[in-house]
Design a protein. Structure first.
Length: 83
């Protein structure tokens, strides 16, 4: 039986993310915020490593939020001196 010429083969990478890719998604979440975390999930919708991409983007977002809160708390004494 002859196969249809229009059949497509989905090729996915079965290995996990490399260290550079993990760092890239981490910095994308750190710099881009929630939008990049959503894009990391949507762009890799069929990939087996989708959860890793989303996880590292969300970790970056968490770091961004934590640094913002720490920076705000650190600046409170200086803003109180103005009044």
């Amino acid at each position: 039986m002859m196969e249809n010429q229009n059949d497509q083969v989905l090729v996915t990478r079965k290995t996990g993310l490399t260290g550079a890719q993990k760092a890239g998604y981490l910095f994308a979440g750190l710099l881009g915020g929630a939008g990049c975390a959503i894009l990391a999930s949507l762009c890799n919708i069929d990939a087996p490593y989708r959860s890793d991409c989303t996880k590292f983007a969300l970790i970056g977002l968490g770091i961004r939020i934590a640094l913002s809160v720490i920076g705000y708390i650190a600046m409170l004494p200086f803003t109180a001196m103005l009044y």
